[in-house]
Design a protein around this ligand. Structure first.
Ligand code: FMN
Length: 145
């Protein structure tokens, strides 16, 4: 059985809604899907999974959330991500998605196999946004199988 691990940080619930929809999309026969907030996640969860999705909104000034998500992501750099199918997603408000472009570049440098460009959604995802998240989950599984 293939395993998908979804790890996210969300302050006001928008990225959490995206994470749940990514999980829905990834729930295809014979796939185990786990979803964790980053404070409950360990590197081991990532190393063991066949495919990973990471979610975080734009915070600070176009950066990842700095107390939990940024250190976790930094700890994954290097060989730990080499060749791993990876999906990134997150909500934003007033910016233009720079945090996601920077995050994706960092993960690509770390060797991750991006499933698609990082998926961003303005504020609370509507049904179209959630459908996009489900599609991302499906693409992640397709890259793993
Ligand atoms: C402290 C703080 C910093 C933020 N910085 C940015 C930013 O740099 N760019 C942006 O587009 N949105 C920024 N936002 C808006 C959030 O990304 C947006 O509200 C998002 O929907 C929050 O997602 P969440 O509900 O998953 O926490 C910021 C919000 C907060 C509270």
């Amino acid at each position: 059985m293939k395993s998908i691990m979804i790890i996210y940080w969300s302050g006001t619930g928008n990225t959490q809604k995206m994470a749940v929809a990514v999980a829905e999309g990834a729930k295809i026969d014979d796939t185990e899907v786990k979803i964790l907030t980053v404070d409950a996640a360990a590197q081991e969860n990532v190393l063991k999974a066949d495919g990973i999705a990471l979610g975080c909104p734009a915070m600070g000034s176009e950066v990842l959330e700095e107390s939990e998500m940024e250190p976790f992501v930094a700890s994954l750099a290097g060989a730990k991500l080499a060749g791993k199918p990876l999906a990134l997603f997150g909500s934003y408000d007033w910016g233009d998605g720079q945090w996601m472009r920077d995050w994706q570049e960092c993960m690509e440098t770390a060797g991750a196999k991006m499933v698609a460009d990082g998926l961003i959604f303005h504020n609370t995802p509507d049904e179209t946004g959630l459908a996009g998240c489900r599609e991302l989950g499906k693409k992640l599984v397709a890259m793993v199988l």
